[in-house]
Design a protein around this ligand. Structure first.
Ligand code: MIC
Ligand code: SF4
Length: 652
């Protein structure tokens, strides 16, 4: 039986387990990436594992989320990241060099390899034929120490693209179409492998727009084959030597197949407040905008910005709307400058920001109260922009640029004749802001400012957990809801005690006080709890506030693992009705936990207040059960290391 591409790459990296949907496998990781907002935790955790140098083929640390250095906390974090990278064999991409996913795609991605990143949009590099997976920071730290990454084998879905995109319709519309069809839960437990003749009309940055936003489907990752188009892309990057063909067998099998006829797509837009709330641009055309933001790891490539520049050239942006442009990388900025496009953008009145995440993570450009913002980004969760009552829409660079001319949502097809951008043949390559690791690590002093605090750890899990339900949440609660981003909060990513003050800030401002007063308790949620960002702070902060376990109808993949890694039990409600039988303030009790976890059994929660028994299941693999029993992955790693040493077989 022929193999699909996902199976081929996974098989080549398989360290343990069997490629059978649902069963746990361990895969070796070739490359890792981190960004500053998750990276400080990753490196603190890596240091506590106690390995002298990373064991991956390549590890890169990016600073792209909080580049503003609005306070000493940020600057101190950056200094820590730079020095810790130099010491442990990690490349360091300095602030201003660009967004991790865009830079990684340009400078480091290699078809057929595996990449693990402490950011949920790591699948961006799947556009170049990598298995690129987003994970919590601790998983990345562990992968850097040479241990495999464990995951339940996902279901492999073929997305067959047919036909050609029509003028003014772009890759963003392909993924918005899939979000409309499948929803933000539609990709959970799946990998999307793209194929079919339609892939030939998509450049690598366009493919990467699609794989990037596969994260919004909840997918483990998404990937395209590596073909002639990939070779051309790598040639443009002066790294043709990294090209290798990657394709499924001719008779490859898939567990599920979908077809998308590219010819039938039209410009689409996600309405507030979810990336799957998709309509045609036509349906909402005319909506007045106060702001347009172009950029983010989804749509900030050379091609995206060239299209925008050509649309804006010689025109003036109306005064009612503020337009910002964040190039994906310094390379993109230098190349659009060479082509004269930067001048066109500035000339039209756009504000050109530095190559970084910027407004996407709420670092500036919060819309006015009740303002409407159109963004080429990938997430529009309520409050993420920094303005709780802002209305954020997501669309392509073409739609954003057409709307920048009118100040209202505008279908780009109204611009008439399509625009052609000459493909970049040889990019200006300038890696000055990528600092290689130190040749002599012993000479590197790791600098730790006062904002770098130790990572809190939980002790081994108790046999009985008891407490109140501190909060009852609905479906699709995101990690932005659990722990928001933005200028106020991001500075404390290396300081869990300080950042935990913001837990559920926008959802329930009283949560932190209540959690402290009640000395911890439980969280109850609906389905897909913890979707979105990979920030492990969304597990560590509640843990720090005394949360003992989370009960939910279902969990998003990365957050579930982050909870386990932090030593918190993710408990799936066995029956839908149980959700209605628990209210905020109810007292819950779980007994005989350790035995039940060891035995891999389900558990009964007693709702002491309502006198009801509720069935839950932690659904742990044997390895995850060990982690929970040890009180989290760090404790578990140390224990495993100790066992290896005492058995006299510690690997060098
Ligand atoms: C995001 O887009 O939500 C982020 C900010 O990049 C996060 C990571 C973080 O919270 O630091 C992600 O996608 O994982
Ligand atoms: Fe940065 Fe936004 Fe991409 Fe997250 S989604 S990595 S914040 S640009």
């Amino acid at each position: 039986m022929g193999k699909n591409l996902v199976q081929k790459i996974l098989q080549a990296h398989l360290v343990s387990g069997e490629l059978k949907t649902g069963s746990e496998i361990g895969i070796s990781i070739d490359q890792t990436l981190t960004q500053d907002a998750t990276g400080t935790m990753v490196y603190l955790q890596f240091e506590s594992i106690g390995i002298p140098r990373v064991k991956t083929k390549l590890s890169v640390s990016y600073v792209d989320h909080n580049t503003l250095q609005t306070s000493l906390e940020n600057s101190d974090d950056h200094l820590y990241l730079q020095t810790v990278a130099a010491r442990y064999g990690i490349y360091y991409s300095r602030p201003g060099n660009g967004i991790c996913h865009q830079v990684h795609l340009e400078r480091f991605a290699i078809p057929g390899q595996t990449l693990l990143g402490s950011d949920s949009h790591t699948p961006t590099c799947g556009g170049l034929g990598m298995i690129a997976i987003g994970a919590g920071g601790l998983d990345v730290a562990v992968a850097m120490s040479g241990s495999p990454f464990f995951i339940a084998t996902p279901k492999i879905v073929l997305v067959k693209l047919l036909g050609h995109l029509r003028p003014w319709v772009s890759a963003k519309d392909v993924i918005l179409h899939l979000l409309q069809r499948l929803t933000v839960k539609g990709g959970v437990g799946k990998i999307f492998e793209y194929g079919g003749p339609g892939i030939r009309c998509l450049s690598i940055p366009e493919r990467s727009t699609i794989t990037n936003m596969g994260a919004e489907l909840g997918a483990t990752t998404s990937l395209f084959p590596s073909d002639e188009i990939s070779r051309q892309f790598l040639k443009t990057q002066h790294r043709e030597k990294d090209w290798i063909e990657q394709a499924p067998d001719k008779d490859a099998q898939y567990e599920e197949e979908l077809e998308v006829n590219l010819n039938s797509l039209e410009p689409l837009i996600a309405l507030p407040h979810s990336p799957d709330n998709v309509r045609t641009v036509k349906e909402v055309a005319g909506t007045r905008l106060s702001q347009i933001c172009i950029g983010s790891c989804t749509n900030s490539s050379y091609n995206d910005l060239m299209v925008v520049a050509k649309i804006l050239k010689g025109k003036t942006i109306p005064p009612e709307v503020s337009v910002t442009i964040s190039p994906g990388s310094r390379q993109v900025l230098e190349n659009i400058a060479r082509e004269g496009a930067l001048e066109d953008l500035i000339g039209a009145g756009a504000r050109v920001l530095e190559p970084a995440c910027g407004p996407c993570i709420g670092m500036g450009q919060a819309p006015p109260s009740g303002g409407v913002s159109l963004r080429t980004f990938n997430r529009n969760f309520r409050g993420r922009s920094g303005t709780p009552d802002a209305q954020v829409y997501l669309a392509s660079a073409e739609t954003a640029a057409a709307s920048a001319l009118t100040g209202v949502i505008t279908d780009p097809r109204e611009l008439g004749k399509p625009i052609k951008v000459k493909p970049l043949h040889r990019a200006i390559i300038d890696d000055k802001l990528i600092v290689p690791p130190a040749v002599d690590p012993s000479k590197v002093e790791i600098i730790r400012g006062p904002n770098i605090k130790e990572i809190p750890k939980r002790g081994p899990i108790e046999d009985t957990l008891e407490g109140e339900v501190l909060i009852k949440l609905k479906d699709n609660v995101s990690t932005d809801d659990v722990l928001p981003a933005g200028t106020k909060v991001l500075a404390f990513r290396s300081n869990i005690p300080a950042i935990s003050r913001f837990t559920f800030e926008y959802v329930d401002p009283d949560f932190v006080n209540r959690a402290r007063k009640k000395k911890g308790g439980f969280i109850l949620a609906g389905s897909n709890y913890g979707q979105g960002s990979s920030r492990e702070h969304a597990a560590l902060a509640p843990m720090h506030l005394g949360v003992k376990a989370v009960l939910a109808k279902s969990f998003a993949r990365i957050h579930r693992v982050n909870l386990i890694n932090a030593g918190l039990l993710p408990l799936v409600l066995e029956e839908e009705v149980s959700y209605d039988q628990i209210d905020q303030g109810d007292r819950l009790r779980l007994k005989g936990l350790r035995e039940a976890i060891k035995a891999g059994k389900g558990l009964t929660v007693t709702n002491v207040t309502k006198q009801k028994e509720i069935l839950v299941n932690p659904q742990l693999t044997p390895r995850e059960a060990e982690i929970i029993l040890a009180g989290g992955l760090l404790n578990h790693q140390v224990e495993t290391g100790r066992k290896l040493v005492s058995a006299g077989n510690r690997k060098p």
